[in-house]
Design a protein around this ligand. Structure first.
Ligand code: ADP
Ligand code: ASP
Ligand code: MG
Length: 814
């Protein structure tokens, strides 16, 4: 015989029930089968809701009752042919009347015991089994309905009753011995006590009913039909990359289900394990998928089979010097909890015995605190033990596998992976059997922790980088283009999956959790929602993806003020916006410290020299023990362009205008021409070299005439350049007569920085600096006379974007 169990979603509608019927029909061709069914999907919750409403005197219980009624009547109408409908509906109505009376009773007395609650919820499975058996009959299957309440006997622990196995097993055996029908349909979950009162086996208990029947009848297999294609490597609702485990041992399945893999109710394995009856988890909606086979030994030798988690856990800590070396403390503690029927999911105690820490369900915290405070009232009063500490909103995450014991380094990898992704671990436990390593983490980190561990232990070691891109102008647009072009290469060669999760321009924003299609981001952004940087931050935080990177492609001060908020959430920041790093030193330092504290890179290579690897080189010099003594540099691509093109024929005004058109200057050219942009750059290099410096400390010998410096607006400023042509020509001629070229030079020497226009002679490395190129000379302890020189294109959207991209990849390779 085979036992097939169909869960709530498998029987949630007439359409689904028809799928069940065809699976059963096929299966019953070769075997006798028992079919255990859950209540129609969602009905158990509605029944409990109706009970609770009635108990609290809320008349709305009637509405909930009506919803339950309608749902069943609708399924009967859709499933049972007209001429059989009235009989079936008649029976259903009779049962519904009983349910209604019970609910009314609860409403009148305002009381709902577990016993009465069991009576109410049991209707779910009674309805469903009755309807399904009748539907099968109408499909001409050889079927009989048997109420499992007549077979399964339990104790009086209503709502979570324990099965009395010897009576139960003999009743089941006896029944199936005399049964001649090919198919027996039975309600799951429901049972009766020895006194004949209705009891239930706990939420999810239909799996258990099926296992009890399978064990008693020595079935050849127990098939659990549900809405997923097996037991997955992690809950597929949280981890997209999770996949069904083909074969797993009873022990492993038990650990996974105890730690939250809801697909199998934990007690289910016990009855079949003794008889070594295999369990197969199958998908009602994809019956051809292989599913998961659970047997004594798994053929799959991967040391880790799955990752599971339990939500809504509280961490309870009992500590005090009075606990050290005193025998019996833990006995008293756990006895107090056991008397309250509180289930403990994880316990840790350090060898100092100064504290014991354990995890229980959030729902039990008040009961637990009261029980412990009462038990240890004497010790608490005499300050030997502190009042118990309760921390809610935690979760347990567990790695499971029979063969972990023969592999070293798994827990190390687990904790370092979580640590690297800033998942704070509150407590850990690993039994000597090493079938399970569990950690308590914060609820908000569940998704990140599951995905990180899944990718570490089950995926092809591809690292996902999740980008949140602010600004899609010149630089941002180029960056997206470059990412699109390189996505496949990075995946193949560096195992980096770069996904753009969010984009903004100055008006709109869009999010796509699967990654925005970079082929047509423009129309998608057009249709986005109004830009709101608070909401943007909220969304990034809620998604809580590992390897999240906030990318600032703007020159906007307000955006630069947001970096700290992201770093504090362990979101890396990559920016070409210079404002933060050149703001006051405290702010700069704070960002660097946050980056360290939250393990979130803060990279701004493009702040100096666009895509040239200037800051990275500087960092490497310093990290390897070198010391920067002097920096000389031409750091303004804009000014270099201007002074390379300005001569007697081409007026200063014209050149500045051209530079603007070609995108070599900032939108406000004053920032370049006043030297402020270069001041910011040398400030950043000085700071990165380890010097505390402010923008005001930098000497700026401006080449602009007074009128230009005084101009309030960009047009006014440009006008002064035209009017003051003679001022600029004089500067040019003087340099030319000295056989020199004009370069706007930044210098950092002996802790001091200055910027200004200089006449550069022909033998100097700056003399031949073309176009908008930049050059930096680092004089260090290791390069005292011949400096380390970095030279190349230092402005332009393309190279700036490639510098940002390099920072992104740096994070990926980290
Ligand atoms: P049924 O109603 O058929 O009994 P359940 O809702 O009890 O179904 O169990 C199936 C659900 O278990 C899946 O839809 C999935 O969301 C959840 N689940 C949690 N962890 C796992 C896992 N590791 N593998 C498969 N499913 C899991
Ligand atoms: N209907 C019950 C529940 O929802 C039992 C089950 O479906 O397994 O918990
Ligand atoms: Mg279930």
């Amino acid at each position: 015989m085979k036992v097939l169990k169909f869960g709530g979603s498998s029987v949630a509608s007439s359409e689904n029930i028809n799928k069940v019927i065809s699976i059963v029909e096929k299966s019953s061709k070769k075997n006798k089968i028992a079919v255990v069914v859950s209540a129609l999907g969602g009905i158990t919750d509605l029944l409990l809701e109706a009970g609770n409403l009635a108990c609290s005197g809320n008349k709305d219980y009637k509405k909930t009752f009506e919803t339950i009624e309608e749902k069943h009547v609708q399924v009967v109408r859709e499933l049972i042919p007209i001429n059989n409908q009235s009989n079936v509906l008649g029976e259903i109505k009779k049962m519904l009347n009983k349910l209604e009376n019970t609910l009314e009773g609860v409403f009148l007395v305002n009381e709902l015991s577990n016993k009465t609650s069991d009576k109410i919820v049991s209707f779910g499975e009674l309805f469903s089994s009755f309807i399904i058996a009748n539907a099968m009959q109408c499909n001409n299957l050889d079927v009989i309905l048997k109420n499992s309440q007549e077979l399964i006997v339990t104790n009086n622990n209503f709502s979570n009753a324990a099965v009395l196995f010897s009576q139960t097993t003999s009743k089941i055996k006896e029944y199936f011995k005399q049964n001649n029908s090919k198919i027996v349909v039975l309600p799951g979950f429901v049972a009766k006590t020895e006194n004949g009162e209705v009891s239930t086996l706990g939420r999810g208990g239909s799996d258990y009913t099926a296992a009890i029947i399978a064990a008693a009848t020595n079935a050849s297999i127990l098939e659990i039909w549900t809405d997923v294609s097996g037991m997955y490597t992690a809950n597929p609702k949280f981890v997209r990359e999770a996949f069904p485990i083909p074969n797993i041992s009873y022990q492993e399945a038990m650990e996974l289900s105890h730690f939250g893999a809801k697909v199998l109710y934990p007690p289910t394995i016990q009855p079949v394990l003794k008889k070594e009856i295999p369990i197969c988890i199958k998908n009602t909606f994809e019956p051809d998928a292989a599913g998961t086979l659970i047997t004594q030994e798994s053929s799959n030798k991967n040391p880790i089979k799955g990752i599971s988690h339990i939500e809504n856990m509280a961490l309870i800590t009992l500590e005090g010097s009075g606990m050290i070396g005193i025998p019996g403390i833990s006995k008293r503690l756990f006895e107090a909890l056991s008397l309250e029927k509180i289930n403990i999911s994880l316990i840790t105690q350090a060898s100092s015995e100064h504290s014991i820490c354990f995890a229980i369900s959030n729902n039990d915290t008040i009961k637990a605190k009261n029980a412990i405070d009462t038990e240890f009232s004497y010790e608490i009063e005499h300050a030997k033990i502190k009042p118990v500490i309760v921390e809610e909103n935690n979760a347990i995450i567990a790695l499971v596998g029979d063969n972990m014991k023969s592999h070293q380094g798994i827990s190390g990898k687990m904790f370092s992976t979580l640590g690297k992704n800033n998942v704070n671990i509150r407590a850990i436990a690993q039994g000597a059997s090493e079938k399970n390593i569990s950690a308590v983490i914060l609820h908000k980190d569940i998704k990140k922790a599951l995905n990180t561990l899944h990718s570490e232990f089950f995926e092809n070691q591809t690292k996902q980088l999740n980008l949140f891109v602010v600004g899609v102008g010149n630089v941002g647009g180029k960056l997206l283009e470059q990412i699109k072009q390189q996505q496949a290469y990075l995946l193949k060669n560096l195992r980096l999956q770069v996904r753009v999760i969010a984009l903004t321009n100055s008006k709109k924003m869009i999010f796509n959790e699967d990654g925005i299609d970079l082929k047509d981001w423009k129309p998608a952004l057009e249709k986005g929602t109004a830009l709101n940087m608070d909401l943007f931050h909220q969304k990034v935080t809620d998604l809580n993806y590992r390897n999240s990177i906030f990318i600032d492609n703007t020159a906007n001060e307000n955006i630069s003020k947001l970096y700290a908020n992201y770093l504090k959430e362990s979101v890396a920041v990559v920016t070409c916006n210079k404002i933060s790093c050149s703001s006051n030193y405290t702010n700069y330092l704070n960002l660097k410290q946050l980056a360290r504290e939250y393990n979130a890179p803060f990279l701004f290579e493009t702040n100096v020299g666009a895509g040239l690897p200037i800051i990275d080189t500087l960092k490497n010099l310093i990290a390897s023990g070198d010391k920067v003594n002097k920096i000389q540099a031409v750091l303004s691509g804009s000014l270099n362009f201007v002074f390379n093109n300005f001569n007697e024929e081409n007026s200063f005004y014209n050149v500045v205008e051209q530079a603007g058109i070609q995108g070599y200057t900032e939108p406000d050219p004053r920032i370049d021409l006043s030297g402020v942009d270069v001041m910011r750059k040398i400030l950043i290099l000085a700071r990165e070299s380890g010097t505390i410096l402010e923008l005001n400390d930098i000497e700026n010998d401006s080449f602009l005439p007074k009128a230009s410096l005084a101009a309030d607006t960009v047009p006014e400023f440009l006008k002064t350049l035209k009017l003051e042509a003679e001022h600029f020509n004089k500067i040019y001629k003087k340099a030319a007569s000295n056989n020199c070229r004009l370069k706007f030079v930044a210098e950092f020497d002996k802790g001091k920085a200055k910027v200004g226009l200089q006449e550069i002679p022909a033998d100097h490395p700056f003399y031949n600096l073309d176009g908008s190129d930049n050059i930096v000379l680092f004089f260090t302890d290791r390069y005292p006379i011949q400096p380390l020189i970095i030279k190349g294109a230092g402005a332009g959207a393309d190279v700036t974007a490639s510098g940002l991209f390099a920072d992104i990849i740096r994070i990926g390779n980290n």
